[in-house]
Design a protein around this ligand. Structure first.
Ligand SMILES: CCCCCCC[C@@H](O)CC(=O)SCCNC(=O)CCNC(=O)[C@H](O)C(C)(C)COP(=O)(O)OP(=O)(O)OC[C@H]1O[C@@H](n2cnc3c(N)ncnc32)[C@H](O)[C@@H]1OP(=O)(O)O
Length: 281
């Protein structure tokens, strides 16, 4: 059975010790498109670190495609897409360091035509101080119908007024090929034959690449280019993005948070990210 919720829900996926260097942080920022306009992300000594580095730090040096194989879960990689991502940083991420991430399966939802598997993780430094927490889901197409619960159905309403910022960032045709150097070697992003077999006309951009680009765009447009002002960032991957397309971010101030709608202007503003909430430090 590909999914057995009785085994999967609550399963401890163990701990992973890892280290990162300033050059990893620089490469991550380059893979999100940082350049001469964003030199603070590329400094050799003390680059500022986007909080979204939390999503790649533990697996930065991976060179194998990920496997969707956990207690109670065995799914073909071609069937899954990243569904959602949330991070909360408990202190600014240092440009180099050592840490341990512990992960568990928090929830498994049965959407009928698909399954949604939610993981939660906490990351602490070598003294046990919390660095960041994360929650993410994978959306497994064709893997529903195992008799589980459907789970919550929530969405974030956007203000009924013009956005405070409206910024469009162009991605590169080779964006996913650059981004996979940060550890996610899923061939869905690099191999046209694999992408076609998975039901896409061409390789798609990593969800976490879009997520990082959007965070960088929001920091640049609305937060005086100060990445330390982001405390939390959550988003749902609402539609695929193809490398080379643009990401339009409409940003609304909303008290102690920012709300963002992310669309692809080349395809009539098709949604890319939805339910985007940036919590301010
Ligand atoms: C260990 C290995 C880990 C690997 C991690 C990931 C590795 C990466 O390399 C993979 C990637 O980066 S893939 C790229 C990023 N992701 C995407 O591009 C997905 C974009 N989204 C889509 O295509 C559709 O929204 C789609 C397909 C997600 C959903 O569209 P539809 O099928 O039309 O669904 P819909 O009818 O709208 O909704 C059905 C129910 O599902 C819920 N739902 C929808 N989108 C969701 C999403 N993104 N995440 C979680 N749940 C989602 C809906 O709420 C609905 O449930 P309900 O009726 O109960 O509300």
């Amino acid at each position: 059975m590909p999914i057995d919720p009785a085994i999967a829900i609550g399963a401890d996926l163990g701990s992973n010790e890892f280290a990162w260097e300033t050059s990893d942080v620089q490469l991550y920022h380059l893979a999100l498109g940082a350049g001469l306009d964003d030199l603070s992300y590329l400094d050799d000594v003390a680059p500022q670190v986007l909080p979204t580095f939390a999503t790649v730090a533990a697996t930065f040096h991976a060179t194998e495609a990920p496997r969707v194989s956990f207690p109670g879960v065995e799914i073909d990689l071609a069937r899954i897409v990243h569904g959602s991502q949330e991070i909360v940083v408990h202190q600014p991420i240092p440009p180099s360091g050592k840490a341990t991430t512990s992960t568990r399966i928090a929830e498994v939802w049965d959407k009928g035509k698909a399954a949604v598997i939610v993981q939660e993780s906490t990351t602490v430094d070598t003294d046990g101080n919390p660095l960041w927490s994360a929650r993410s889901s994978i959306f497994a197409r064709g893997e529903g119908g195992f008799g589980g619960e459907r789970g919550p159905s929530e969405s974030v309403a956007l203000p009924d007024r013009e956005p405070d910022f409206d910024v469009t960032t162009k991605t590169l045709p080779q964006q996913a090929l650059l981004y996979r150097m940060c550890g996610d070697r899923n061939p869905l992003h690099s191999d046209p034959a694999f992408a076609k077999a998975a039901g896409f006309p061409a390789p798609i951009l990593h969800g976490l690449c879009t997520y990082g680009i959007v965070c960088k765009t929001v920091v640049g447009a609305a937060l005086d280019a100060d990445a330390a002002r982001v405390k939390g960032f959550r988003a749902k991957f609402a539609g695929v993005v193809y490398p080379g397309e643009s990401l339009r971010c409409r940003i609304w101030r909303d008290g102690s948070q920012l709300l963002v709608a992310v669309t692809v202007p080349e395809r009539d503003d098709a949604p890319a990210l939805a339910d985007v909430v940036v919590t301010l430090a």
